[in-house]
Ligand binder design. Structure first.
Ligand code: ADP
Ligand code: MG
Length: 237
């Protein structure tokens, strides 16, 4: 890639000045990188939806989030922007390995959110991979997986890599996202999720988004959420 002028990287409030952004209604009012802003604009995203307005001022201070908003309310961008900004601010590079894992309950949903990540993250230099099983050859995937910065995956396939891929390393994980968290926390995924979480570093940001609010204290405990911000949006966005 051509040499790019390094943008200065400002500090987002460590909890004290995030309130400045609570009233923001457009993405370009947020303290996010030019790269992400360009990606958002190119994809046609200008005004934030309700859940994005409610969550981004908190998630961009790296707080844990438990966000509930109905299907179609724009939850994907809320976590995709946070993941990109976190890694950008950490100056995440090719050698840093897996910085973020985004878990989705189905292949189809993983595909959809991967497309959003690609579009909005186009100006960034992160490598991202879709690990969802199916026809993709596991051995080829194993060779590449350690070079990826952002993993978008289904629980089963992620666990398969954790168990079988030599040197699979997520010890530097910065952000864990559970999309459709209520479905992933459901009994069907319980064993896989517990096995996954037990292999992740506890010191990280965790973002849970779903259509319904997850209330189980037990679930939140096993995910090691730290003082999460509970957000529930019911209005039309
Ligand atoms: P959810 O995950 O809450 O069901 P999605 O993230 O899939 O919702 O978004 C639903 C639709 O809304 C998508 O087509 C998406 O492109 C669109 N969308 C999301 N955020 C915005 C926005 N800020 N402005 C315009 N359209 C948006
Ligand atoms: Mg969604």
């Amino acid at each position: 890639p051509p040499l790019e002028k390094k943008e200065p990287i400002g500090r987002v409030g460590e909890g004290e000045n995030f309130s400045r952004y609570v009233g923001a209604t457009r993405f370009d009012q947020l303290p996010i990188s030019k790269r992400t802003k360009t990606g958002l604009k190119a994809a046609g995203f200008v005004k934030m939806t309700e859940i994005q307005r409610a969550s981004l001022p908190h998630s961009l201070c790296w707080r844990d989030i438990l966000g509930a908003a109905k299907t179609g309310s724009g939850k994907t961008l809320a976590f995709v922007i946070t993941v990109l900004e976190k890694l950008y601010r950490e100056r995440w590079g090719p050698e840093d390995g897996v910085g973020s894992i985004i878990i989705s309950p189905t292949r189809e949903l993983a595909h959809q959110l991967f497309d959003v990540l690609k579009a909005v993250g186009k100006q960034h230099n992160f490598s991202a991979g879709l690990l969802i099983g199916g026809r993709k050859d596991l051995d080829t995937e194993k060779e590449r997986v350690n070079d990826l910065n952002i993993l978008v995956c289904t629980p089963g396939r992620l666990l398969q890599h954790m168990d079988e891929t030599p040197n699979f390393d997520c010890s530097q994980l910065q952000v864990l996202v559970l999309d459709e968290a209520d479905r992933i926390l459901d009994v069907g995924f319980k064993k896989a999720l517990n096995a996954i979480v037990s292999q992740l570093p506890k010191h990280r940001q965790t973002l849970l988004f779903s259509a319904t609010q997850t209330k189980s204290v037990q679930d939140l405990a096993r995910l090691s959420l730290k003082d999460p911000e509970y957000l529930s949006v019911h209005e039309e966005s």
